[in-house]
Write a protein that binds this ligand. Structure first.
Ligand code: ADP
Length: 231
């Protein structure tokens, strides 16, 4: 792993074209996420959080500015290298879990191992599924799991290839308060005990306060404030 921040964003801008109208979503965002940090990006709907998430994850191209992830300049790499990065360097968790409904929990995680080329690492599989508290649910298909369990399977899938950064977009957005707390506890544990670096997008200040070590607040496509906090 190269020295320096895991994520380095500089003067990032994104303008969407909507019909004949330009919609500025990011108006010059700069931030660093250090190894081992748990950063929350907080802000109201429309402030540009998802756009930032998608660009940092290599899912969307910026209009201008630079993003380095684990030392790689996303603007300078080939499509093949970007695809490789999405398989191994970054783990994604979304609000809607996105589990494959015809596969059971274990198969959903195994398929990520297969894609990442880490199949056969049984020790890590056991460790991850134990930490996430899902070992007794591995044979169940998503429809037989609670929302919180589905999200914990999705988190297992996201970290099974030991990514440098876990990107979570509103990971509790589809959950009731009890399941939300369980998922936030899980993310906090991964950060505390495995040193997993996390960047979490949320509109919920309580979720940010509960588990993040630092928070940036977004407003109208800009960073409007930053806090370091004791959780
Ligand atoms: P957030 O995640 O904070 O809700 P977004 O990044 O989704 O914010 O959106 C930021 C701005 O960009 C909003 O004004 C939104 O309407 C606009 N936007 C997002 N996606 C698109 C798109 N695909 N086309 C046009 N405008 C978009």
């Amino acid at each position: 792993m190269p020295d320096g921040p895991i994520i380095e964003v500089r003067n990032l801008k994104k303008v969407y074209r909507y019909g004949s109208v330009d919609v500025p979503a990011l108006r010059g965002v700069s931030l660093d996420v250090a190894a081992g940090e748990f950063m929350a990006v907080l802000g109201p709907s429309g402030s540009g959080k998802s756009t930032l998430f998608h660009i940092v994850g290599g899912l969307l191209a910026p209009s201008s500015g630079t993003v380095r992830v684990a030392g790689q300049d996303l603007g300078a790499v080939s499509d093949a290298q970007r695809t490789e990065m999405r398989k191994r360097t970054v783990g994604f968790v979304f609000q809607r879990f996105n589990l494959l409904s015809t596969l059971n929990a274990e198969e959903n995680i195994r398929i990520a191992q297969h894609i990442g080329g880490t199949q056969g690492d049984e020790e890590h599989f056991e460790h991850v599924t134990r930490i996430l508290g899902i070992r007794h649910r591995l044979r169940h298909k998503p429809h037989a799991l609670s929302g919180g369990e589905q999200q914990r399977v999705a988190i297992a899938r996201a970290i099974i290839n030991q990514p440098s950064i876990l990107l979570a977009d509103e990971p509790t957005g589809n959950l009731d308060s009890e399941n939300s707390l369980a998922v936030l506890d899980t993310l906090k544990t991964l950060n505390d005990s495995l040193g997993q670096t996390v960047l979490m997008i949320t509109h919920n200040p309580d979720a940010a306060r509960y588990c993040a070590s630092s928070t940036v607040r977004m407003k109208d496509g800009r960073i409007d404030g930053r806090d370091e906090q004791a959780t």
